[in-house]
Design a binder for this molecule. Sequence first.
Ligand SMILES: NC(=O)c1ccc[n+]([C@@H]2O[C@H](COP(=O)([O-])OP(=O)(O)OC[C@H]3O[C@@H](n4cnc5c(N)ncnc54)[C@H](O)[C@@H]3O)[C@@H](O)[C@H]2O)c1
Length: 371
Amino acid sequence: MPTAKAQRGGEPIRIAIAGTGNIARVHAKALAAVTAGNAAAIIVAGCDVDAARLSAFCETFRIPSAYRDLGDLIRQERPGLVHVCTPPSTHYEQALTCLGGGSSVLVEKPPTISLRELDELAAAQAASGPDAPPWFATVFQHRFGSGQRRLKSLIARGLLGRPLVAVCQTTWFRDQEYFDVPWRGRWDTEGGGPTMGHGIHQMDMLLDALGDWTEVSAVARTQARRMQTEDVSLAHVVFASGAVASVVNSVLSPREETYLRFDFEFATVEVTHLYGYDDDDWRITPAPGHERDVLTAWKRAETGTPSGHAAQFGHVLSALRAGRLPPVSPADGRRTMALVAAIYASAAGRRPVTPDDLAPGTPFYGQMNGT
Ligand SMILES: NC(=O)c1ccc[n+]([C@@H]2O[C@H](COP(=O)([O-])OP(=O)(O)OC[C@H]3O[C@@H](n4cnc5c(N)ncnc54)[C@H](O)[C@@H]3O)[C@@H](O)[C@H]2O)c1
């Protein structure tokens, strides 16, 4: 049986999927798309505590081995990579099991339900040294579509000028039945409501483009659903660059839309979509006098990749095969998780919050509801 570390280079990476519910199907299909026609990876095993769901999943996706316990799976199969698709409160333990068994791990968002857990996983990953597996990465798939990568390349080349104002809107709709699933809408199992569970994707794109935030003022309320956490949050975010952003995270919005808008000195860049974008969902509007430079660079930049799991998996598998830390690393994901914690801390305390307010030992470092 090959070990996790022996799978780099020519051999396919042996992948296991832990949790065989809704998003696991997206993972299995995306892996099939990414590995079609090449031998980059194979799914060798699935794992779920629900035996019926596990066997149906393995049968559908022709996965040869099924396990009820992740520790057993790791010991028997020695996967090079485990995709963790279980509910959020289990991510920490599952990722520790993977890293402890020598397997790299790609965890669905949110990576953990607290900053403390995320920092502990970063430390567990670091135990093998910065350049050696096993590694820990988080699924934030909207960083990897060509629209976002095109925006980032123009920012990096200074073609858009200073970022000034941004809007980040997750106005989605989830009915009561959705939140009646036992692990949803609870602090101990989901780590929050739409701020943590839904808007986190868009806030991750916002921060991926604009960098470090320095201050957050927020309101969070439970307006219409029976749930322990908020069903809507609103935030004003100040960035280290001086840019400011307005953020809405709602699951109460019958006309659903995902909207990000970036106003730079030399252009406005917008994307309007719902659960995934392609190139046609992006618009760029140059400021007067900047039409030629901005539009030429935009047309010449990367195109053709919709956002989605397949886009991120391609980057993850390439990194693993090259013996590099895969994206999104714990350090990269932490900025987004800290923004989520800051929104909850600001809303609860009714005051602006800075990163220092979330230092180890502070209430919102340990749990997203600060208790
Ligand atoms: N990236 C995205 O766009 C996206 C979209 C939806 C969900 N998600 C995330 O994916 C994760 C799973 O969500 P879902 O909607 O697929 O949930 P789900 O409830 O449909 O599936 C979770 C599965 O995990 C299994 N499970 C629970 N505890 C387990 C354990 N200890 N060991 C093995 N299996 C266990 C359950 O039996 C279930 O089959 C969550 O973190 C969620 O936030 C991400």
